[in-house]
Design a protein around this ligand. Sequence first.
Ligand SMILES: NC(=O)c1ccc[n+]([C@@H]2O[C@H](COP(=O)([O-])OP(=O)(O)OC[C@H]3O[C@@H](n4cnc5c(N)ncnc54)[C@H](OP(=O)(O)O)[C@@H]3O)[C@@H](O)[C@H]2O)c1
Length: 257
Amino acid sequence: MSQRIVVTGASSGIGAATVRRFTEIGWDTVAVARRADRLQQLADETGCLPVTCDITDEAQVAELATTVRETGGATGLVNNAGGAIGLDLVEEASNDEWRQMFEVNVIGLRSVTAAMLPILREGALRVECASILNLTSTAGLDAYKRGGGYNAAKFAAHAVTGALRLELAGEPIRVMELAPGLVQTEEFALNRMRGNADAAAGLKLYEDVQPLTATDVAHVLVGAFEQPPHVNQDLIVLRPVAQSSSFDVHKGPLKTR
Ligand SMILES: NC(=O)c1ccc[n+]([C@@H]2O[C@H](COP(=O)([O-])OP(=O)(O)OC[C@H]3O[C@@H](n4cnc5c(N)ncnc54)[C@H](OP(=O)(O)O)[C@@H]3O)[C@@H](O)[C@H]2O)c1
């Protein structure tokens, strides 16, 4: 029973940690992102197959599917590539930035899923049940002020996940969703602040709180893939203990009362 999982957004953060975790448990991975140098470093470290692909480019997604098929197929897919741009009021936001967020978090996820489904059907014959997991966010479950564009994109990714699960009913393909809260990764906040490191630091997101790490998320994510083939964890919401909701993060040490 050989498992082979395609992970998008594998050049940093949660995606890279996910590739590392799958490797630790002995599963093969195909690591997908735009930055070839970072993927190559991960390949040197883990033995994953690095594939450069911009998931917002349909021709590149078709090439990705061809590469996956020709190198051993796939039994699972993690749609992790994504992110946020800006913290703007709906009234003041940039349509171009909203389009970019939709392109990667929603349309790219759909393109990769559609291209991979025939390959996953073949993979399901090898391992009883193929798996798809979409990395959304608690931002896709609760709207927050200045989150409109990212909220809209992740709410859409959440909706696509639900529709896909209904559409694949009766097939041996589970469709899962992992919605993390506060996760400290090296690039998420930086990208959100359009590459401005001072502005990202100024958010003080991770100050006086122990956020989730990419490794924490990867362990839970890979655990969902390790469940018996009849078990589908539809929606996993994962937050640090200090974050009791999308709006409440306890700063300072945790103490019993
Ligand atoms: N960090 C958090 O607090 C948090 C919380 C909840 C949910 N999430 C979600 O979790 C996922 C991973 O987040 P992260 O914190 O690990 O972010 P990250 O470190 O910024 O990683 C994002 C990954 O997506 C890839 N990517 C971006 N655009 C792409 C494109 N067009 N084609 C292919 N790959 C693309 C990036 O690689 P390249 O630039 O090399 O292409 C990178 O590997 C995202 O979907 C994010 O929205 C994050």
